[in-house]
Design a protein around this ligand. Sequence first.
Ligand code: 9D3
Length: 254
Amino acid sequence: MQSVGVRKSHGRPNASMPLRVDILTLFPEMFGPVLGSSILKRAAEKGLVDYHLTNFRDYATDAHKSVDDKPFGGGPGMVMMAPVVCDAVADVEPKDARPATRILLTPQGRLFDQQLAQELSRHPRLLLIAGHYEGFDERIIEGLHPLELSIGDYVLTGGELPAMVVVDAVVRLLPGALGAEEGAVDETFADGLLEHPQYTRPREFRGSAVPEVLLSGNHAAIAKWRLEQRKERTRQRRPDLWKAFLDPDESGRR
Ligand code: 9D3
């Protein structure tokens, strides 16, 4: 066993130990382009994370390779079958010694947010279960005791995009995943305010000029202007965040 350095900021014992992400899905091909692009790909190349995809279809046992069936009691849609999902989890988990945090993507789940992304980024292993049907047989939830997560109050066609959202939000938080510049602060939601407006070249575009203060070189004045913009935007656009900013104890965010 190699020595492990304890990092205060991160629960994974050693930064040289990648986060393992298992994704169980009927559509593994949906994930390739996302995990193979940009920061998610670079994080894997840097050894910060390993992605492992598993197809539920491989755990179907009947001749028709069924993974879902009609709900007992009637009703629309199809339900993911308990033996398929539970056998897949039982097969995948022992492939690595680290304990997996089981996450089931479901509209009934707790709302995923930045605070939970921060917490999950400290776990050694995430196992995400994405369904593509009306739901999961309740005995899957009884048997696996997963953390049930939703990404918001709108109806999608499956849990695949939500699983990608969770992976994206978590992996960018792994130390070293972002460039030094990007990673220096954790922008929106770190302090509960929205971002200030940004400008780059050209100084004038279709009659609209960059605010003078940003060209002034007066860093104190720039910081003051930006903070004012952030507060005003948050107050106008996100009364929920503004209330939490004014009243941090009640929100539990900070
Ligand atoms: C009629 C009841 N529907 C629930 C609103 C059934 C249903 C529709 C769509 C059940 C699952 C789905 C597929 N969606 C997900 O699996 C899902 C999801 C979502 O649709 N929105 C936000 N977060 C998530 S996490 C998983």
